[in-house]
Design a protein around this ligand. Structure first.
Ligand code: DX5
Ligand code: ZN
Length: 220
């Protein structure tokens, strides 16, 4: 099996040195850069917007994996596409028009993802499966880094893995929240192929060792 992708979340980086931080995780072997966009409305925290992505784009060769925790979402999709997003993921809970949002993301030339909060069942993706390039399962309630991993989400990850395999489509299965070298293992066993990690990378002194520990390189 292919090694899992690691997507460090910029939320845990030093915001006074963002350019250096993205260069450092890229040099340390990260696969994607995960960007958490929070509006203080859909989630109880505010992070940063598309200007930051645009400023970082020349400093980083990694695909930008954009996680939108905002409502409404549709008026802002073009700004994130123009700022250099490769994948844009929207929450199934963020509004009544998930299908339209996914259509818009694809029309902007980006890959489209859907995110499920812990209380949202796997079945929420069924009606839009043919429009997806990625499914992101939250293993914390979104809004903050550094929370503990919710093991209750593991059966949902496994159920979505079965849905993706049955579809025969190439859809990434990403997990976000509380991922560490320890919690990565059950996620991978449940069928995740992409892991987001904020504090488990940026709060460590050696980014390369941190990424390798999450990927499980030491035990492979
Ligand atoms: C939470 C964000 C996560 C967060 C993860 O709302 O979606 O991406 O940065 O942080 P850790 O890895 O520290 O749980
Ligand atoms: Zn995220």
């Amino acid at each position: 099996s292919r090694p899992v992708r690691i997507a460090p979340s910029l939320l845990a980086a030093d915001f006074a040195r963002l350019g250096e931080e993205v260069r450092a995780v890229e040099a340390a072997g990260a696969d994607w850069l995960h960007l958490d966009i929070m509006d203080g409305h859909f989630v109880p925290n505010i992070s940063y917007g598309p200007q930051i992505l645009k400023a970082l784009r020349p400093h980083c060769g990694l695909p930008f994996d954009v996680h939108l925790m905002i409502a409404p979402v549709d008026p802002y999709l073009a700004a994130f596409a123009e700022a250099g997003a490769a994948v844009i993921s929207v929450h199934a809970e963020a509004g009544p028009h998930l299908h339209r949002s996914l259509q818009s993301i694809r029309a902007l030339g980006c890959k489209a993802g859907v995110v499920l909060n812990p209380a949202t069942p796997a079945a929420a993706i069924e009606p839009v499966l043919d429009m997806l390039d990625l499914v992101l399962v939250m293993t914390v309630n979104p809004g903050f880094g550094g929370q503990s991993f919710l093991r209750s989400q593991l059966p949902k990850i496994a159920a979505i893995r079965r849905m993706i395999d049955a579809s025969g489509r190439e859809i990434a299965l990403e997990v976000d929240g509380g991922v560490t070298a320890e919690t990565a293992r059950p996620c991978i066993e449940a069928g995740a192929d992409t892991l987001v990690a904020g504090t488990a990378v940026f709060a460590k002194p050696d980014y390369r060792a941190a990424i390798e520990a999450i990927r499980g390189d030491a035990i492979r």
